[in-house]
Design a protein around this ligand. Structure first.
Ligand code: NAP
Ligand code: MG
Length: 493
């Protein structure tokens, strides 16, 4: 266990030698947002039945970006009816080749409007523009391209199994990767021949509504893709609607369990992508500088708002001091601030509620006896921010080691043997992801085959590809998204 004095080394280094990067903000001036956004139902932007709206904010400034329709049971019902009609009348009648054409068109239009999407994603959700520009938007297009390729090849993907679409899919997504989660859900559903009703998260609806504009311009038949915005209650209406054939949910384990109960005993197909508490394991023969970059990438970028974030660091004893020192030095150099600035490493926490959750965990960590080191970086006055944080002097029984914090907060523990670290890494209710850093292939095989996690990265972290399935064990979920596994989740055989 690390001692208090060893973790507290703030302000030790001045990395920039007295100079700082000049701000390099991406201009948002040519991004057009409407003041008010309606639901997108049956190919048209549609007023909410009860006339209610809620605001979505920019978490970096706390300013309102737009008002967004608050979906009621009647709105959900209208969207499900539109999706059923779109399925019966149009989508189920098209050949796979024609479906592919529409999906390719969506992919290309996302690419054409990539800059606009990236800026809106950063404005609405608080993530650094570097991340939305280089990860979220290109990957969203890539998922549409990938699944478009399967639409006319379902018989080859699942030979002799006579794959058939499920029908109408109800999809609910969280706020950490709004456009990308929509792509993960819509692209395979459409390729498999289903129509969809999707609800984005309350705090980040704008890129989905921009995607609705693309779907309109791409001239998809009415009702094939519908967006209903709203809070948890709206999501719950989608899940319980009797004419939904498949529920796909990404979000917290708590809500996932409620959804699981609600669809039990129905014929609805279900996939759940839930929380995580991933172990990132550094062996003593690992390339340490590379590992430190991977640790930073795994937990601090995107503010730790990543279900597969490497939030528990395990370092082999012989290199523990070196890794801790290098990590603290690197943390001191991270830039926290304006999400639209291209130099920014860590943007705004997505909402005040999430900020409160993270701060509660930091307090809990201190009360449990954790030693907290926070980077001494300047923090903007307005908006929701957390400096990158490392917590030592913790053990397996600490709640901050067991529970998902979903912020830029990393716990650090040491281990001696592979057997010990496997035991510790698997000692959580979750099983979504993990990371291993070592120079030796045999150690990679040994550790990765024993970690109970759906995705394990070796000598890298947080890499995604549309061809690769993603999903969890234990309380991290049911089923997979991505690759052929993700396609089969939208088919019946
Ligand atoms: P959340 O509260 O579960 O919300 C996720 C989505 O479900 C949001 O659209 C939410 O609406 C909606 N929702 C809330 N209550 C609902 C209900 N009773 N019935 C149906 N829908 C409901 O999760 P979050 O806190 O926003 O997101 C963070 C969580 O997502 C983390 O636990 C993270 O690990 C997980 N996550 C997992 C993955 C993965 O692939 N495994 C990916 C990303 C995130 P509102 O936005 O209006 O509340
Ligand atoms: Mg917002």
């Amino acid at each position: 266990m690390l001692k208090e004095t060893e973790l507290k080394r703030p302000n030790r280094l001045n990395f920039t030698g007295g100079w700082n990067y000049d701000p390099a903000p991406e201009s948002a001036s040519n991004v057009k947002l409407k003041e008010t956004y309606q639901h997108f139902i049956n190919g048209k932007f549609t007023e909410p039945e009860e006339g209610k709206y809620f605001a979505t904010l920019n978490p970096a400034t706390e300013e309102k970006l737009a008002d967004v329709a608050d979906g009621s049971a009647a709105d959900v019902d209208a969207a499900v009816k539109a999706a059923r009609n779109g399925y019966n009348k149009y989508w189920s009648k098209l050949s796979g080749r024609d479906r592919a054409r529409y999906i390719y068109r969506i992919a290309r239009m996302i690419q054409e409007r990539a800059r606009e999407f990236a800026i809106i994603e950063s404005l609405d959700g608080g993530k650094p523009i570097r991340e939305s520009r280089d990860v979220d938007v290109p990957l969203s297009a890539a998922y549409f391209f990938y699944y478009a390729g399967w639409a006319d090849k379902l018989e080859y993907a699942f030979p002799n199994r006579n794959p058939k679409p499920v029908g109408v899919a109800g999809q609910i997504i969280p706020w950490n990767f709004p456009l990308m989660m929509a792509a993960w859900k819509i692209a395979p559903a459409l390729a498999a021949g289903n129509t969809v009703v999707l609800k984005p998260a309350e705090t980040t609806p704008l890129t989905c509504l921009k995607l609705a504009e693309i779907i309109q311009e791409a001239d998809l038949p009415p009702g094939v893709v519908n967006f209903v915005t709203g809070a948890g209650a709206t999501g719950s209406e989608i899940v319980s609607h009797p004419d939904i054939d498949k529920v796909a949910f990404t979000g917290s384990t708590k809500v996932g369990k409620m959804i699981h109960k609600s669809v039990a005993g129905t014929n609805k197909k279900l996939t759940l992508e839930l929380g995580g508490k991933a172990a990132n394991i550094v062996m003593d023969d690992a390339p340490l500088d590379q590992a430190v970059e991977g640790i930073v990438n795994g937990i601090f970028f995107n503010q730790g708002h990543v279900c597969c974030a490497g939030s528990r660091l395990f370092v082999q004893e012989g290199v523990a001091d070196t890794v801790r020192d290098k990590l603290i030095d690197r943390m001191e150099s991270l830039i926290v601030g304006d999400p639209l600035d291209k130099n920014t490493d860590i943007g705004a926490i997505n909402s005040q509620k999430q900020l409160q959750t993270i701060n509660n965990y930091l307090e809990l960590g201190l009360n449990e006896g954790g030693e907290i080191y926070q980077s001494s970086c300047p923090i903007p006055d307005k908006g929701y921010w957390v400096a990158p944080t490392l917590i030592g002097n913790v053990s397996q029984s600490h709640r901050i080691v067991q529970e998902e914090i979903f912020g830029p907060v990393l716990t650090i523990q040491t281990f001696r043997t592979p057997a010990e670290v496997i035991e510790k890494a698997n000692n959580t209710p979750y099983g979504l992801s993990g990371g291993v850093w070592t120079d030796k292939g045999s150690k990679i095989f040994n550790l990765t085959s024993q970690l109970r996690a759906g995705v394990v990265w070796a000598n890298t972290y947080n890499k995604f590809d549309p061809t690769s399935p993603f999903g969890g064990y234990k309380e991290s979920g049911i089923g997979r998204e991505g690759g052929l596994h993700g396609l089969s989740a939208y088919l019946k055989f």
